[in-house]
Design a protein around this ligand. Sequence first.
Ligand SMILES: [Zn+2]
Length: 281
Amino acid sequence: MRRLTVIEYSRRVSGRLGRIAAMALYRGNRVECNVCSWRGYKFMDDPWHRATRCPRCGNGVRQRLLAAALDLPEYSGLIEHKIVVHFAPEDALRDRLARVAKCYRSADLLDRRVDLRLDIADMREVPEGSVDVLIACDVMEHVRDDRRALAEIYRVLRSGGVAVLTVPQKDNAATTHEDDSITDPVGREIAFGQADHVRIYGADVVERMAAAGFRVDIVDEGRFPVSIVARHVLRPPQLSTKPLATNFRKIYFGSKPPSRLRCGPHCVAGEGQSDAFPSVV
Ligand SMILES: [Zn+2]
């Protein structure tokens, strides 16, 4: 594992101390984290939004919205007994998913703590049709060729498999803004919101997924009762005025349509395809 620099270590320690202090300071029962079950008067601030970060697990609006989406009747069985690949895994969600999946593999290109060191745009180690569910939250904005990544995700999913994606998305922007000529960290932070982002998405992210072959279902706060939105803080209580803030999070469920091929009585395709999935890459 890579050793932390002094600055990273001190940031991590101060972050942990801040979270411990917030848990003590914000005691109560007005909000509840549906990822780790922490309850309190309010969540902590993060650099983009006030009162949105859970002091216990560190998760924010997008992770709680994903957890809520996975509790919807249409998605409640999505993970159970399935082969799941989870890119850039959030710790608390990783534990929850791994408990119910048939086979859970965390994945990342740079983080050494994961099960699979994978480039989401080139997963040649993963057989076609071997994955039931692939989750990648706020990953695509780091990927230079996201269309190739979407094609790869589509390839590794079995027919009927599902990609679960989130992306930073500028409020009310119809189209994605990307510019390959912006390569320096400062320029990217100004243009895309973060030094290691290569684009800021607009509503056309759906079209990119559809072009790869996915049928897309969008789950946002509107799918939940107002009381649930307020209890789990599925949208920032106070909208950020920063121009590139993602105030309205969306979970994109992209389904790979079932194959049109009809299996005969001796066909072993289908569920059995998943057994080809590698245990470690
Ligand atoms: Zn939490």
